[in-house]
Design a protein around this ligand. Structure first.
Ligand code: FVH
Length: 288
């Protein structure tokens, strides 16, 4: 069993600390607002008076606060305590945030691992929770048992920004799904339909369309967007135009769907109407 300090006791930091305590680890906690530490103290955690005291108390420190400004504010109070310590940062941010923060932590003499939590607080310690890590592989292996107590652990590489990149990529897929669901629901309810009655049609349709993703992934990886095309982008652009026109007819905002129509339209305008929808990625990449 390990000694672990948790800096930040919001919904997620609290779930991390509760899980580690439940699984028999020795847990030291610190939070800016001290009252949030009390239920965990009653459950057996030691409360540190400062971030520096918490870092000194354990073999591993896990930082989980609302954003990177908060993360910097916490460690600014503990700069001198970092040398020789192991720090895992589970605060959500961009790859750039993670790389810059990781370099700052390393310059203070600590070993750094960044993480992206693919779970909500009640899932921590349960099957289905996943935490993506990147940064020091040595730290990851040293503390693997404790990290595995929180969730399935996946180390993506040495670059500290990778976990944030994959975390945000998974969230982007999720928000694409949510935006399609919300737009479809607005269309259906515009004629008095119930979303609950629509779901038995929508869910199998999404499942069937998810089945086309391996083929689209292959086209993206190979660049062969024109190979074995069943539904070309020229035809799909007309479907997207029809969704926009139907939205206008029904008095529904078309803000979610218009960007996809614009991107598909650019590929068609470039003379590639024969390509699969995978070819939209070439237009997105050119936004850089
Ligand atoms: N909760 C969730 O569903 C998601 C799941 C996926 C991962 N996220 C990320 O986890 C980070 C922490 O999120 P959280 O849910 O714990 O957030 P809150 O409950 O809002 O708690 C915020 C904590 O941050 C502390 N804090 C804020 N500002 C400062 C500051 N300037 N200095 C020190 N600490 C600060 C706050 O302290 P206090 O307000 O209680 O004093 C809380 O401990 C986050 O990156 C999610 O994106 C969660």
């Amino acid at each position: 069993m390990s000694t672990i300090s948790i800096l930040g006791l919001g919904a997620m930091g609290t779930a991390l600390a509760q899980t580690l305590l439940r699984k028999g680890h020795t847990v030291t906690i610190w939070n800016r607002t001290r009252s949030r530490a009390e239920p965990l103290a009653a459950a057996g955690a030691k409360v540190a008076e400062s971030p520096a005291e918490a870092i000194a108390a354990s073999e591993l420190t896990i930082l989980c606060v609302v954003d990177y400004a908060a993360a910097r504010a916490v460690l600014a109070r503990a700069e001198d305590a970092l040398a020789g310590r192991d720090l895992v940062n589970l605060t959500n941010g961009t790859p750039g945030d993670a790389s810059e923060f990781g370099a700052w932590v390393a310059a203070k003499g600590a070993t750094y691992l960044d993480g992206g939590i693919m779970a909500i607080p009640p899932m921590i310690g349960e099957a289905g929770a996943l935490i993506l890590y990147s940064g020091s592989p040595a730290l990851f292996e040293r503390h693997r048992q404790a990290l595995d107590a929180l969730a399935e652990s996946r180390h993506l590489g040495d670059d500290p920004g990778l976990a944030a990149l994959y975390d945000l990529s998974l969230l982007s897929g999720m928000y694409g799904l949510f935006s399609g669901f919300l737009h479809a629901s607005a269309l259906v309810t515009s004629v008095g339909g119930k979303v609950g009655d629509f779901l038995p049609l929508l869910l199998p349709w999404i499942e069937a369309m998810s089945g086309t993703l391996p083929d689209l992934a292959d086209k993206i990886d190979s660049g062969a967007h024109h190979r074995n095309v069943v539904s070309n982008i020229g035809m799909q652009k007309i479907a997207l135009e029809n969704i926009v026109r139907a939205s206008e007819e029904q008095g529904v905002a078309s803000d979610f769907i218009e960007p996809m129509l614009r991107l598909a339209g650019r590929r068609v305008a470039a003379g590639r109407a024969v390509d699969d929808i995978s070819a939209v990625i070439e237009v997105i990449r050119k936004q850089k």
